[in-house]
Design a protein around this ligand. Structure first.
Ligand code: ADP
Ligand code: MG
Length: 856
């Protein structure tokens, strides 16, 4: 094999330390890639593959100035990019120019605006598992400096639920992190997975850990921090002390629930439009939009804190004109939070500082507007905002009003900011003035009207006289410099002297402006934590005014809370469905559940509005607990600790792979975590399997919740038979969605009413769809026949006792609870401890039961 050139040796050695990243190797004006990197990059980026060293080494490259776009494409696909620069001046280098990786850009650590979603945080997470089965999940958003950590006592599923909660791009784990967990993170959740062994925190950053008193937290954050340090290789002054997320201070919403309720995005399109977030986001700044997402990630449990938010919303709601003024002012505030991050990172230009100035100048006016609100809680917000006027003035005095993008070509600094700079500037100004006057002076002296003074880059300033006029020029007045076809160019010693004064001063100006700019930037850096504070106040303010705005637009009201476990919602609506209905209008419905009723069993035909009704309750509770007003005319509800929703497999159109097994797993999860302060929505559960075992399970689940959990539960079912449960389950009530026949057809009224629905709507729906009359008639006949048959079968499986009674039971009743029955199967069913069974065991058990039943 041919010996590598020294440069390739350098490449290979650097690459060996960055196996998992594309190495962008700086060569002149290009970043080059070699070997496998080149092969893969050529494909991913659609750039031309060439070769080096006589065709042995595949190579491709991207121009330095357009690298950002290519890096973006790679990062978006989950790759990492190591930027390797020349770190010494090639002129001074002996041998190969020294090169080093100066930054590792990864999906979780990008800073470049073009690669970021404005309205979303960009989280790097780190998961650490401990021997006792507990975990920590730590988060950092490098663009804002935010650091948080949560302790997860209850296993891997809870970790996934936690990660799913937030816009996480990359997860850092220990090198020996369990392989199957890595696979889940990578393949199922689509995260870039990175490794970091070191967990010891550099003492210089001890201050980040002031709130971390337990080793697990320190280790968890240590891993994250070390990864950031090794990838970024630069100052991390804007990182804020880690705050602990106390998970038990917030409502728990697991992964399925978040997805099913379409809180942040819709299931089908995975976009914002059509989600709860979409309806309630009336923020006007991107900081506010990010804050709202954070609140929605974690609804509150503390009634005091929730009510504080409600009072502020109420305050904003009361004064439309002032709120409108406030919204206009907020629109002029740039993303202070990310600006602060970029200032700390050292990559802001004068235009960024100008944005900072403009934003700061808006703050005193915002405060003034806030003071115009009557409500004391709004005035209190005003008082908590520090307006940083001295910084605003400093930027006003220093930064030019129309600076260029670059910081090395001058034009950044205002006059009168720096005496020396002013002197240089007046020197060039005087010089230029003198030159401008020279033309006039010489025209008069020589009487040559067309004489002119000009400038070019090669010869500098010159006096130009056309050939025709040369004879009027006194001999020896100027020195000849350059001959053109029809003119001659001259200089004078005085002109050259002025010229060098001007050029020198211009050089000095550019240099001095650059130095001053760095100083200004450094000075602004000392304000970072104040800026972060200000950003936090503004973003909360923005969310709250947004809540008032949506309450106003959509007629939401302030909910109240009770300790009596009572739900009393009048004229409730589904916040999203009511917004997307185009022709018809949404039919509001009450939800009433006092202390004595824990379960509502909902029946009604397909498409009548059962799912909508259930979800609107959950969404209302979530909205209330993030501080938002709610879609109804009045609401009194408890504070819910958790919300669970389970959608029957047949209804779960999206995940496709969703089987009965998944449905049961999800149900088990809800049943084992719910408390009497939780809300459970079970939407047509048990549908993923054949009728009887599905129904048996559905009934067993209802009974279990009724007896052992007592969570507020809404249970929709197409097993009409289950409505008989209300006879023996005291805290269960039947409700149904009303449909009416009108001229022989079903009309959905979407109205909820007490009691069970009548049964044969399926056929009416078919009628509604205009199926042929003969077909409808035949179906009606068959239905009657099926009903008879299944009643007979039912009888068959019962003991002798009570046959007559059972004969009529199917129609309006269910098999009564085991107490009143002596069937072997029932006894067996009753003895099963569903909560202790795996879904597989449950399936097996069912299979046995069914066989037993059939053999009778
Ligand atoms: P189900 O679960 O009973 O099959 P859905 O809740 O999915 O029915 O509702 C079906 C459709 O009916 C919804 O997409 C919506 O368009 C409409 N709908 C539901 N509830 C209402 C309501 N309260 N007012 C008006 N339209 C409604
Ligand atoms: Mg439904």
């Amino acid at each position: 094999m041919a010996q590598h050139t020294p440069m390739m040796q350098q490449y290979i050695s650097i690459k060996s330390e960055h196996q998992d990243a594309f190495l962008f190797f700086r060569l002149g004006d290009f970043y080059e890639m070699f070997y496998d990197d080149a092969l893969q990059a050529a494909q991913e980026l659609e750039i031309t593959l060439t070769s080096r060293d006589g065709g042995d080494v595949p190579m491709c490259g991207v121009p330095y100035h357009s690298a950002e776009n290519y890096i973006k494409q790679l990062i978006e696909r989950g790759y990492k990019v190591a930027i390797c620069e020349q770190v010494e001046d090639p002129k001074e280098a002996k041998g190969v120019v020294k090169r080093e990786v100066v930054q590792l850009i990864t999906p979780g650590t990008v800073m470049e605006g073009s690669m970021l979603e404005e309205k979303e945080n960009n989280y790097l997470a780190s998961v650490t598992s401990f021997n006792d089965g507990t975990f920590t999940v730590a988060y950092n958003d490098l663009t804002t400096g935010e650091n948080t950590i949560a302790f997860i006592p209850d296993g891997w599923d809870a970790v996934l639920g936690e990660l799913y909660n937030r816009p996480v791009k990359e997860v850092v784990v220990a090198p020996d992190f369990a392989e199957d967990w890595q696979v889940t993170l990578r393949d199922r959740l689509g995260y870039t997975v990175s490794f970091q062994e070191e967990v010891e925190i550099d003492p210089a950053f001890e201050h980040l850990c002031v709130h971390l008193h337990q080793d697990k937290y320190k280790i968890g954050f240590g891993r994250l921090f070390n990864y950031i340090q090794t990838t970024q290789k630069r100052t991390l002054d804007h990182l804020r002390p880690v705050t602990i997320i106390e998970l038990n201070h917030f409502m728990t919403l697991d992964m399925y629930t978040k997805r099913n309720l379409e809180i942040m995005e819709t299931i089908r399109k995975q976009g914002r439009a059509g989600s709860l977030l979409w309806v309630i986001d009336a923020t006007v700044t991107s900081m506010g939009a990010r804050q709202l997402k954070k609140w929605l990630e974690r609804p509150l449990l503390s009634q005091t804190e929730i009510e504080r938010r409600h009072r502020q919303v109420e305050g904003f709601l009361g004064q439309f004109l002032e709120r409108d003024e406030l919204r206009q002012q907020l629109k002029s505030v740039y993303d202070l939070e990310r600006l602060a991050g970029r200032i700390a990172f050292g990559n802001v230009n004068a235009r960024d500082l100008l944005q900072l100035k403009q934003s700061l100048q808006e703050i005193p006016m915002i405060r003034e507007t806030l003071m115009k609100f009557e409500h004391p809680d709004i005035k209190a917000i005003a008082q908590s905002i520090e307006s940083l006027e001295s910084l605003a003035r400093y930027l006003e005095d220093s930064i030019h009003d129309q600076p260029p993008v670059t910081i090395k070509e001058g034009g950044l600094i205002k006059d009168r900011f720096h005496a020396q700079l002013d002197e240089y500037r007046s020197a060039t100004k005087n010089g230029k003035q003198w030159i401008a006057e020279l033309e006039q002076k010489e025209r008069q002296a020589t009487n040559i009207k067309s004489l002119k003074v000009g400038f070019n880059r090669v010869f500098g300033y010159y006096i130009e006289v056309t050939k025709a006029n040369l004879r009027y020029l006194p001999e020896g007045r100027y020195e000849r410099k350059q001959t053109l076809t029809n003119a001659e160019r001259f200089i004078t010693p005085e002109l050259k002297e002025k010229e060098s004064l001007i050029l020198e001063a211009e050089d000095k100006i550019v240099q001095l402006e650059y130095e001053l700019f760095l100083e200004i930037r450094e000075y602004v850096k000392s304000y970072i934590s104040s800026l972060q504070h200000l950003a936090a106040s503004i973003s909360q303010l923005d969310v709250l005014q947004g809540f008032a705005e949506v309450a106003d637009q959509h007629d939401y009201v302030q909910p109240t809370f009770n300790q009596a476990r009572t739900i009393n919602i009048e004229q409730g609506r589904h916040p999203v469905v009511e917004r997307v209905m185009n022709d018809a209008s949404f039919v509001p419905n009450d939800v009433l559940m006092d202390e004595s009723s824990d379960l509502l069993l909902i029946t009604g035909p397909n498409m009548s509005g059962k799912s909508t009704y259930m979800r609107q309750l959950a969404l209302t509770a979530i909205m209330a607990q993030i501080g938002c007003f709610v879609p109804c005319t009045s609401a009194s509800i408890p504070v819910f600790d958790q919300v669970f929703t389970r959608i029957g497999a047949a209804d779960d159109l999206v995940s496709g792979q969703s089987t009965f097994m998944v449905e049961m797993l999800e149900a088990k999860h809800a049943l084992s975590h719910a408390t009497e302060n939780s809300m459970i929505l079970l939407d047509e559960i048990g549908r993923g399997t054949s009728t009887y075992d599905g129904m048996a399970l559905a009934q067993a689940i209802v009974e279990h919740i009724h007896e052992h959990i007592r969570a507020k539960t809404l249970f929709s079912t197409h097993y009409h038979e289950l409505t008989g449960l209300s006879d023996h389950l005291q805290r269960l009530r039947n409700i149904h969605v009303r449909a009416e026949e009108y001229e022989g057809k079903v009309v959905f009224l979407h109205q909820i009413q007490e009691g069970a629905a009548d049964e044969s709507y399926g056929i009416h729906v078919a009628q509604l769809a205009d199926l042929p009359d003969t077909l409808i008639a035949r179906a009606t006949e068959l239905l009657q026949q099926f009903e008879k048959e299944s009643a007979r079968q039912q009888v068959h499986t019962q003991d002798d006792e009570g046959i007559a009674e059972q004969m009529t039971m199917f129609k309006e009743d269910v098999p009564k609870p085991a107490k009143q029955q002596t069937s072997q199967i029932d006894k067996h069913l009753q003895s099963l401890n569903l909560m202790e069974m795996t879904p597989m065991e449950a399936m097996n058990e069912l299979y046995r039961l069914q066989k037993e039943a059939n053999s009778k």
